[in-house]
Each structure stands twice: as C-alpha cells, then as structure tokens.
Design a protein around this ligand. Sequence first.
Ligand SMILES: Cc1cc2nc3c(=O)[nH]c(=O)nc-3n(C[C@H](O)[C@H](O)[C@H](O)COP(=O)(O)OP(=O)(O)OC[C@H]3O[C@@H](n4cnc5c(N)ncnc54)[C@H](O)[C@@H]3O)c2cc1C
Length: 409
Amino acid sequence: MSLARRIVIVGAGPAGVGAALAARQQDRAADILLVSDERCEPYEKPPLSKAVLTGKAVPQDAPIAGPGGVAKHGITLKLEARCTGIDRAARMVETEAGERIPYDVLVLATGSINRTLPLFPARQPRIHYLRIEAEALALREELRKSRALVVVGAGLIGLEVASSAVEIGLKTRVIEIAPRILARVCDEETSSFIAARHRAAGVDISVATMVTGVRTLADGRIAIETDKAGTLSADIVVVGAGVMPDDRLAKASGLPVQDGIIVDEHCRTSDPAILAAGDSTRFAGPHGPVRLENWRHAQEHGAVAGRNAAGGNAVYNTAPSFWSEQYDLYIQGVGWPLAQPTVRVHRQVSPNAMLRFDLDGRVLRYASGINAQREIAAVRRLIERRIEIDPGDLADPAKPLAAMLKARA
Ligand SMILES: Cc1cc2nc3c(=O)[nH]c(=O)nc-3n(C[C@H](O)[C@H](O)[C@H](O)COP(=O)(O)OP(=O)(O)OC[C@H]3O[C@@H](n4cnc5c(N)ncnc54)[C@H](O)[C@@H]3O)c2cc1C
C-alpha cells in the first residue's frame, strides 16, 4: 500500500487548480486528485465574458494549468463528478454516482454560484446566466443570432457582456436597480467614467430602475416591464445579479459556514483534515470578515491551501485585486477598500488613464485604476508594504510611484 499523502481537492477553478499545483510543489510524492463537476480540463473564467463572447477565443485556449493541463503536473483529474457529501469520520468524499473517495487531506474549492432572480428563471429560452464554459458557448451562439440584448444588472459581468455584445453589433440596454453602475465595485467618479464610455458606445443604461414584470411575446421575444424605463423588448436577456458562495457541501458536512466557508489565515476550517479556498470562503480581513470574488484571490488563496494541505504552514496575506476589460478600458482595483477613507486622491495619468487612491492618513489602503496597469503594479507594493506617502505626491503624475517605494516603511 502507498504511504503517499492523499490530497483530494473538490472544484477545479483557479482556487482548486492553484491548490493542486502548490500541493505538488510542496510534496513531490503526494497523490493528488482534483474532482470537478465540469466536463473539461480546467479553464480560466475571465475570457468567458470577453474574448469567448466576441468569438476571438474558445475556453480551452486558456487552460489554468497551462499547456498539457493538470496531468502534466502529475495531478489526477476526475471530471463530471459532483461531490455530494463528506464522511468526515471516515475521511471519504461521496459523489453523486455513489463513489467513496478516501482522503488524508481535503481542500474545498467549490467557488460561487450565480444569484438567480425569480423573474428570470435559469434555463428558460432566451434567458442567460454566465458562469461556466457551457453557458458562455450557448450565450455566444445566441448573441450571434440576436439583434437586441437587455442586460439585467450593471456589475462587472453584466457590463463586460454589454461591451462584448456591442462589439459584435447588438443593440444593448442595461438595467440596474442601484442608483449607479458598479456600486459594489468602485467609487462614484470611476463608475461615471465607465458609464460614459458605455453610453458613447451606444449602450442605453437605466439606473435606479426595477424590473416589474417579464412576458414572452408571440414571436418568442421577451418583454421586460420596468418601473422607470417603460417596457423593453429583447431577443435575448443576460442576468448579472451577482454570485453566492457555494458552501453547500461544507454546510451539509457540518463545517462552520456563514455566507462562505469559514477559514483561518492558513485556509484551515475547524476540521484539521479539511481546508478551503477561493470564492467559496470567508476569512478575517483587516476590516473584519470578508469574502472575495476575483481571480487573483482565488488562485493565491488556493495556493496557500494547497501548500498547507501538503504539510506547509503558509499564511494568506495578499492584497486583493480585480480587473475588468470593457471596450478600451482596463479597469483595476487593489487593496482593502475603506468604508471611510480619511484622504481620497485623484491622479490623472494621461487623458485616458487615471488612478484613485484611498488613504488612511498617509498610508495607502486601496486604489482603483483605469488604463494604468504599470502604475497599479507599483501601487500594489505601496499598499502591501504600508509605506507612508505624501498624498500630494500621489496626485502629481510627474512624481513616479515606483520612486515612492524607496521611502521608509
Ligand atoms: C464570466 C466570468 C468572468 C470573470 N472575469 C474576471 C475578471 O476579469 N477578473 C477577475 O479578477 N475575476 C473575474 N472573474 C471571477 C473569477 O473567475 C472567480 O473569482 C474565480 O473563478 C473563483 O475561483 P474559484 O476556484 O474559487 O471558484 P470557481 O472558478 O467558481 O470554481 C469552482 C469549481 O468547483 C466546481 N464545483 C462546485 N461544487 C462542486 C462539487 N460539489 N463537486 C465537484 N465540483 C464542484 C464548480 O463547478 C467550478 O468548476 C470572472 C468570473 C466569471 C464567471
């Protein structure tokens, strides 16, 4: 019988794959099994709302583990296997097909699931939600045949879909219940800049608008009744109403869950044999418990879980960040947003590039950027090293950010 440590990872998004790759690095001999309920080699999700919809890429162009996939790293991939239970006493994962898979250490990386709106039930003709490759391919096919799209929800995914749809020639409308777009994501100034770019591209955005009814018309199209924007008809509707952590498996097995699987800074749950990482988890951030829904967090959190599953004792302390691509805008955020920044600074990098900084006194805590990728890389280090900065220097585009890194922390 093999004495190799048996690590089982449930979920093959960036957190699960990040965990598998890091576990392999930590323990060359470990027996690593990645269990996925999807049908293909793990792929990156960010292109699904961008290049995949415009037809410039297919999901398999971006395998998470690189060319050769996870197998190249000595990781066994079990596809189309949904885990339905954990027998914690016996250290076994149970699958829908009735298999029992033994583990020494288990990593849960079950990610998020889309929040569905009762007026727009999933799997109805012409109504789309977007999370996985099959949904992206189905949406791409239908967008190609359609002329008018209504996007419900002006979060990152909804707006990326709008931008992709405009690129392939659809007349696009966006309805948002909140008073502004991206209300959960960025400050008012950044959100108005992005809204203006959408409007310039021909997208009609209605904010503070509620959908009050949905009907299917005689020709199969969909009529969406709203309280402020009248009735809109659409060939196709995409709902981007946010996500919820998929903590169902953890909850069913009695692990502590509170809108996400509760983990410590080592990605450990209350069961010493079970770790968890990525979108599905909640952990202590500097301003209280947080749950993050972005790629870099998932991948790096997964790597910490994987190292620790294989005997390490790594700590997760990365500054979170996200990016989004819409038209010619590369939108980024890095750091821990403050409820009440004491200082807020704007830096105009060039006519089409800007940064916004949130400081706590002289310490930078959060920044958002548009078309400022190079600057954001320096900003990340300023945040992580907690370097004291003169806010006036941040506002002055003539003062290089990289030079501020040399200042005393
Ligand atoms: C369309 C789209 C575009 C995005 N674009 C960006 C972007 O531009 N920038 C950015 O920062 N972030 C982006 N994100 C967010 C980012 O992709 C997610 O934060 C990230 O994928 C989360 O990783 P994860 O591994 O935690 O979970 P997921 O990627 O959700 O992976 C979880 C996996 O686990 C599987 N699973 C769940 N339960 C079980 C079970 N019981 N048994 C077996 N398998 C199971 C799921 O099917 C899924 O494959 C985007 C997300 C989407 C959907």
